[in-house]
Ligand binder design. Sequence first.
Ligand SMILES: NC(=O)c1ccc[n+]([C@@H]2O[C@H](COP(=O)([O-])OP(=O)(O)OC[C@H]3O[C@@H](n4cnc5c(N)ncnc54)[C@H](O)[C@@H]3O)[C@@H](O)[C@H]2O)c1
Length: 373
Amino acid sequence: MIIGVPKEIKNNENRVALTPAGVAEMKKNGHEVYVQTAAGEGSGFSDQEYIAYGAQILGTIEEVYAVAEMIMKVKEPIASEYNLIRKDQLVFTYFHFASSEPLTHAMIKSEAICLAYETVEKADRSLPLLIPMSEVAGRMSIQEGAKYLEKPLKGRGILLGGVPGVPPAKVLVLGGGIVGTQAAKMAAGLGAQVTIMDVSLPRLRQLSEIMPANVMTIISNSYNIQNAIKEADLIIGAVLIPGAKAPNLITREMLKDMRPGTVLVDVAVDQGGCIETCEPTTHENPTFIIDDIVHYCVANMPGAVPYTSTLALTNATLPYAVQLANKGWKKACAENAELKKGLNIANGKIVYKEVAEAWNLPFDEELVLEPNF
Ligand SMILES: NC(=O)c1ccc[n+]([C@@H]2O[C@H](COP(=O)([O-])OP(=O)(O)OC[C@H]3O[C@@H](n4cnc5c(N)ncnc54)[C@H](O)[C@@H]3O)[C@@H](O)[C@H]2O)c1
């Protein structure tokens, strides 16, 4: 198969979907790899390294899309890429369709095969291609939150860990999944007083077993959230309902109950956000302020630490990409239920229920029900 790796063009996105080691693996399996010039630069991989492992370098993004049967990307295609994607082309990347109606319509129109990293799902319902990036974003959310709590950056001016004789900051983490767990661990490690809220009692039980003593677990409901936000210095939004828009747990009205300078980091912004006032921001302009509350809503947080993120992501995606390249998407999905779950749009039809529901569009069940297509 001919694999194409374009350079990411989303603002400050420095990750790349395939490393030189990935190129070597693809070559070993008999595939051709075309990489756009400088695609790996932001992650520390030069064109020369890609060439050394058997890739061919192309000068423009148009050439990469034109030659490839399978496109490997990191972030969802942006508007300037929509027309480069063609019928029957396999695009393996993060899509997050439930948070972008224009992207959903564009991919239906393209008649391409859209296999979304974020919905590839294991039998235990875990999301293996979301986990590594969630680990990065969860850890980063505390690093960023601590920074924006500083007064010159419009925060409350409180140090997360406090100092001897002075109480630490209070961190509220909404959602105790991968992002929430990593955030809580980091915040606790810095000495903050941490509360994790989740709707799943079994999850809270697990967390209370493994978390240090400065982490409290509380069931998530509107009453408890309403009370906790009044005292929190830093709030991390880390909820997920797979494939669907995140629920609004903090409304605009509730901002008035928070102390000025409270920092909100809505990591779930890529799924529409769990804080009503959150709008996606970029690493160039990560924050905005509403009612004296600092909002940090960067939709591609791991993009800021590409050295760590590219390796973490490609460790997880490569085994699936090799299956897709070796067998073609139909056979690979027929033989691997995890990959089949990643199919979101195929041949102009939505085949992932929550995406269809998000935009009130028809859901085509036939393709996913048919065991061998
Ligand atoms: N902004 C970024 O750069 C970035 C990077 C990685 C992940 N994310 C996003 O972060 C979010 C969380 O990802 P994750 O991997 O931790 O997901 P996860 O599935 O591991 O965890 C989500 C948790 O949210 C809980 N939850 C659901 N509804 C809730 C509610 N009403 N109140 C409290 N908890 C609730 C679930 O029970 C689950 O434990 C996702 O939207 C993901 O796309 C964003």
